[in-house]
Design a protein around this ligand. Structure first.
Ligand code: FES
Length: 146
């Protein structure tokens, strides 16, 4: 495992799938990193780009959006819009000097509790490898302590 430091990750999870998968992972007593704050939402299509960018602006180290599988979004195409939004935002992050890998989109069903735990742990490992967000308060632009 890469060098560890206090992590801050936000997960926007759809109540109809990924949020339920997170719940299932808990019921199955599967562990995933506690630094991930799970925010339940009615559909990933409702996550505004400004909300994600604001999280990065506040120094959050990583964000993922987790929605329904293709064809299973309760609002038909919310997950597809979210996936495209995440793709575009990754480009925006790169343009402002943040690694696009700090933002990800996952698609799950409510029954995928163990997959949820796996994805979270893989994402956490990725963020550890990238290092703390250079935007984090108290760090200079190279990610070093001021
Ligand atoms: Fe789950 Fe739209 S209802 S992503």
């Amino acid at each position: 495992m890469a060098k560890q430091y206090p992590l801050k990750i936000i997960a926007f999870t759809c109540y109809n799938c990924a949020y339920a998968a997170a719940d299932l992972a808990g019921s199955m007593r599967l562990s995933y990193h506690p630094a991930v704050s799970i925010v339940g939402i009615p559909c990933t299509g409702a996550v505004e780009p400004a909300v994600i960018l604001n999280a990065f602006e506040q120094g959050i180290d990583g964000v993922f959006v987790a929605g329904c599988l293709d064809g299973e979004c309760h609002y038909k195409t919310g997950n597809l819009h979210a996936r495209e939004r995440v793709r575009q935002l990754r480009g925006d992050l790169e343009r402002i000097g943040l690694e696009p890998e700090r933002l990800e989109m996952f698609q799950l069903s409510a029954a995928m509790g163990s997959r949820f735990a796996e994805l979270v742990n893989e994402f956490v490992e990725r963020i550890y490898t990238l290092g703390p967000s250079p935007v984090r308060p108290g760090l200079d632009c190279g990610g070093r302590k001021k």
